[in-house]
Write a protein that binds this ligand. Structure first.
Ligand code: CMX
Length: 136
């Protein structure tokens, strides 16, 4: 498999409403808007950072992965996402190399993307996402 670039950096926050002004008004980043990703139990806000994005993540349920993360660590960097052309092919390549995955099938991410997570125990403690952009 081949990763193309950093698609986005996911940052867990307790409240999008409270966190958005820092990125938009203090750091002066272009705000793209918010979206609820029901399958991942999160609401997200995106900011453009050159060819990549910053994704703020707020939990929408108490059993959301982001709620668990916040409980254990507080706010901070939650995951790193790399863009790939074909997430299904990337999953197959990682499986063939025996890499521990969280998602053995693509799932739906924000902006209609197809995503899959690798387990942080297989990636030196960095929760890693593969992200295939939505084809227009
Ligand atoms: N980054 C690095 N390590 C992490 C982590 C993170 N974000 N979240 C959990 N871990 C570590 C924990 O510290 C723990 O390590 P230790 O055993 O050494 O203490 C280990 O992984 C197990 O964690 P846990 O707290 O017991 O939590 P769970 O096993 O219930 O879940 C994980 C962990 C990563 C499997 C789960 O959060 C998951 O499936 N994540 C993928 C989906 C996701 O995060 N979705 C939200 C974002 C969606 C989006 O961007 O659209």
């Amino acid at each position: 498999m081949k990763t193309k670039k950093i698609s986005h950096i996911g940052i867990a926050v307790t409240s999008l409403e409270a966190a958005i002004p820092l990125y938009r008004d203090v750091l002066g980043m272009e705000f793209e808007g918010t979206e609820e990703v029901a399958e991942q139990k999160v609401k997200v806000a995106f900011f453009i950072a050159g060819e990549s994005r910053i994704e703020l993540l707020e939990a929408t349920t108490s059993d959301s992965p982001v709620a668990k993360f916040l409980e254990k660590n507080g706010e901070g960097i939650h995951h790193l996402a790399y863009e790939v052309d074909d997430v299904k092919a990337a999953i197959a390549a990682l499986q063939a190399q025996g890499v521990r995955l969280i998602d053995n099938e693509p799932r739906r991410g924000a902006h209609g993307t197809s995503i899959a997570f690798l387990h942080p125990k297989a990636t030196g403690g960095v929760l890693t996402e593969l992200c295939q952009p939505h084809k227009l």
